[in-house]
Design a binder for this molecule. Structure first.
Ligand SMILES: *[C@@H]1O[C@H](CO)[C@@H](O)[C@H](O)[C@H]1NC(C)=O
Ligand SMILES: *[C@@H]1O[C@H](CO)[C@@H](O)[C@H](O)[C@H]1NC(C)=O
Length: 238
């Protein structure tokens, strides 16, 4: 390869990295503040190994990690705020919250925990509370871009009261024609949920485990795609 061709290949490869970070939440439209109650990864690099513990809540957090636990109620609207960098919104940026050419779904999960500030995130039982996949013309990532990085999910009203981790994730699929290729961007937020006195028990999955290198939606070609199966379990409904 000629040096010039190599350079343009490197530049192209660089622009194919979506790079986004979920770093703040809003509750019913009320911003909780940057990094408050969120374990914010210090790097906007993707996680690509679905078998790694880093697929759970990301890694390399901005220190100190917030000790805030955000109180919410079943039925509340939780908005995950994604931006290009860990520091949040830094002004006009064509790749904020995510490069608009980088398409993929946006998903959210909850896991009950003894303490929302516990550092241990392995062995948790996760259930999906929402997803925006692809409807034939628009991706979750398009909605994220249109909404300035905000993506909103509803806390199921029928779950048990207690402490939870809220895992919101954007997946970029432009390099997902083989594994590893899909780029996973997630953070976990610390919630205390006032749920139902007669709760239902969602069926759960593990991370790692919920996604495998051969799961639907992990290896995908965006070219000519007419439908898309979002990875992970179906969304829990009350
Ligand atoms: C996909 O969703 C967008 C935004 O909600 C909507 O404008 C569009 O009409 C939908 N397209 C299809 C094919 O359903
Ligand atoms: C996203 O949410 C934040 C915090 O609630 C808000 O300040 C901002 O205006 C929202 N952005 C858009 C484009 O709605």
């Amino acid at each position: 390869m000629q040096p010039k061709a190599l350079l343009s290949f490197v530049v192209l490869a660089g622009s194919a990295a979506a790079k986004t970070v979920f770093s703040a939440i809003s509750v019913n439209g009320v911003d909780q503040g940057h990094g408050v109650g969120v374990r914010v990864p210090s790097s906007n690099n993707a996680i690509t190994d679905v078998t790694s513990n880093n697929i759970i809540c990301n890694t390399g957090f901005v220190q100190p990690v917030s000790t805030a636990v955000i109180p919410v109620k079943g039925g509340d609207k939780i908005t995950a705020q994604f931006h290009h960098y860990s520091a949040g919104y830094l002004g006009p940026d064509p790749s904020d919250p995510v490069d608009p050419t980088n398409k993929g779904p946006v998903l959210a999960y909850l896991a009950a925990v003894p303490s929302a500030t516990q550092s241990t995130v392995t062995g948790l039982k996760w259930f999906k509370i929402g997803e925006i996949g692809y409807n034939g013309s628009q991706w979750g990532s398009d909605i994220l871009f249109i909404n300035g990085g905000n993506v909103t999910f509803t806390i199921p009203p029928c779950i048990a009261s207690g402490q939870y981790l809220f895992r919101a994730e954007a997946i970029a699929l432009q390099a997902a024609t083989s594994y590893p290729g899909a780029q996973f961007y997630m953070s976990c937020a610390q919630l205390s949920i006032e749920g139902s006195p007669s709760p239902k028990s969602p069926s759960t999955v593990s991370f790692p485990g919920a996604y495998t290198p051969s799961s639907p939606g992990i290896v995908t070609s965006l070219f000519g795609l007419s439908s898309y199966t979002t990875p992970g379990p179906s969304v829990f409904t009350c």
